[in-house]
Design a protein around this ligand. Structure first.
Ligand code: APR
Length: 252
């Protein structure tokens, strides 16, 4: 197991911070068994996002897009949070204020009870009408008779996730932007930092004076400006950081 240098001073910095922020990406859920998008065996290597994750693709071939999301939902229904998710949830009770922004739609941060989760790209367990945007109950829709679910307005029901070319939920991105600007310490965890506007958040935090920490086994565009780069899987790094914060807090 790798270890992190200067863990004690990092723990002190987190305890002294008025506000800590984090942006998580698909790498956060890799150790839960969910594939990322852009690694060599990633989802976008096997499937074409332009055929599956945008409105035109959905309207042109809703069956195929629903098939793709039902396949992902089935995969995710057996997936459990990993130690990294639990560690971030513990941070809520250890430091003054922790705002967790995620690009992930897998619901895992909610599942472990993280208190302030901002879901920038939606949540695969939620649905909405493509036409009137009416939200539909979470969980699975019934496709048994083989026909596609429709809203009572006549519109097609779709997963409530943000597709390429779509705007992010305005309140979510506004809150995430604010949180980045106010953070004294900001984590970028398990994201390739290539999809905007989410990818801009760690840079925004840094511009506003945050101590920027990247947790990712691989290099990203953020690596060169991060104050601390932890080249480890998040499921290993985060528990070590939280343990150090807990120990430091117990000593004070
Ligand atoms: N711990 C931390 N990071 C990891 C781990 C791990 N165990 N395993 C892989 N990673 C890193 C990879 O090296 C990569 O840099 O996680 C990152 C995942 O990058 P992407 O696959 O691009 O996923 P993400 O950054 O979340 O993509 C952003 O793009 O396709 C859209 O909507 C989709 O939300 C997604 C967005």
């Amino acid at each position: 197991m790798q270890s992190i240098d200067n863990l004690d001073s990092l723990a002190e910095r987190l305890l002294e911070a008025n506000q800590v922020g984090a942006l998580t990406g698909a790498g956060m859920s890799k150790e839960s068994g969910i594939q990322t998008f852009r690694e060599k065996d990633g989802l976008w290597k096997k499937f074409r996002p332009e055929e599956l994750a945008n409105v035109d693709a959905f309207l042109a071939n809703p069956d195929r897009v629903w098939e793709w999301y039902n396949w992902r939902r089935d995969l995710m229904s057996n997936v459990k949070p990993n130690p990294g998710h639990y560690a971030l949830a513990e941070l809520d009770d250890l430091i003054s204020k922790f705002i967790l922004v995620t690009q992930n739609i897998d619901n895992l941060h909610n599942e472990v009870g993280s208190k302030h989760v901002i879901e920038l790209h939606g949540n695969i367990r939620k649905n909405k009408c493509q036409s009137c945007k009416k939200p539909f109950e979470t969980g699975w829709l019934d496709f048994s008779e083989g026909k596609l679910p429709h809203c009572d307005c006549g519109g097609l029901i779709r997963p409530d996730v943000v597709w390429f070319g779509e705007m992010l939920p305005s309140q979510a991105i506004e809150d995430a932007w604010q949180a980045a600007a106010k953070s004294d310490v900001y984590f970028s965890i398990g994201t390739s930092t290539v999809v905007y506007p989410a990818a801009a958040l760690p840079f925004e935090a840094k511009i506003h004076g945050a101590y920027l920490i990247e947790i990712n086994p691989d290099r990203t565009d953020l690596s060169s400006i991060a104050d601390l780069v932890i080249r480890m899987p998040s499921g290993e790094a985060l528990p070590q950081i939280i343990e150090a914060v807990q120990k430091r807090k117990d000593q004070s």
